[in-house]
Design a protein around this ligand. Sequence first.
Ligand code: NDP
Length: 279
Amino acid sequence: MPRFSGKTVIITGSSNGIGRSAALLFAQDGANVTITGRNADRLEETRQLLLKSGVSEKNINSVVADLTTSNGQDQLVNTTVNKYGKIDILVNNAGAAIPDSQGATGTDQGIDTYQKTLKINLQSVIEMTQKVKPHLLATKGEIVNVSSIVAGPQAQPEFMYYAISKAALDQYTRSCAIDLIQFGVRVNSVSPGVVATGFNNAMGMPDEATQKFYDFMASRKECIPALVAGKPEDIANVILFLADRKLSSFIIGQSIVVDGGTTLVMGAQAHNLNVLLGL
Ligand code: NDP
């Protein structure tokens, strides 16, 4: 029997990238999936991808919604419960790095940019967790959040609000995990490094520049020691692992880093001392 057979999963941000890949893997592994995003065309692409892979129409609940609105969040929860009667797994994946509306950088970035960034990357996760909580208590379910390695100790001056939102999300994951495990609900997260998705496009970066960015990162061992940018399924597979109680039941409140080694290197260490000193 497929491992998520009979389970119902909400995957936010599944109209693109990592969320789309996770939706496909969950559905192929037997789950009912609620897929969602604001962009109706891209969401339909996800739906078609699932259908083409052999997933039945009845196992897909497709909802166009803005996750930063209370109404959008309610639609996700209500349509899922109306269609499938329960929720077993919540994947809080939607997120974005939002460029400053005035083009400001560093400490000059406006408070509106801060608020918009925190609203999607942190507040919507808190609100969705609160709204889905009663359903997860009933099923003894799982939450998997999608964070980022930018939450770590390195400075991120150009995307400081994005990094702040993910650092706060990591603390929320830990606190939430301890609060909810008493009811049998597990909470964990994944921290991706550089992954080729629609993320850079969503920041307004054209395709050509995006490709240049991935190629640069993948060609330098001080950026990605594995010398390859991640694929959405590299992250999606870990999301499924953390959502699978049979495989990961003793992991509580952790974030698994999936980054091709990026967080293990600092620029200085990447250079060969022997070459440098001509030895
Ligand atoms: P994509 O841009 O490909 O996907 C982001 C998804 O989030 C889209 O489906 C988008 O849908 C959705 N989304 C964004 N804002 C909203 C909103 N207000 N309401 C509803 N949905 C929204 O990026 P990724 O797949 O890369 O991003 C997924 C997660 O991974 C994010 O949390 C991101 O921070 C994290 N991450 C990504 C990394 C990377 O290198 N790609 C690295 C580290 C972390 P739509 O546009 O249709 O609204």
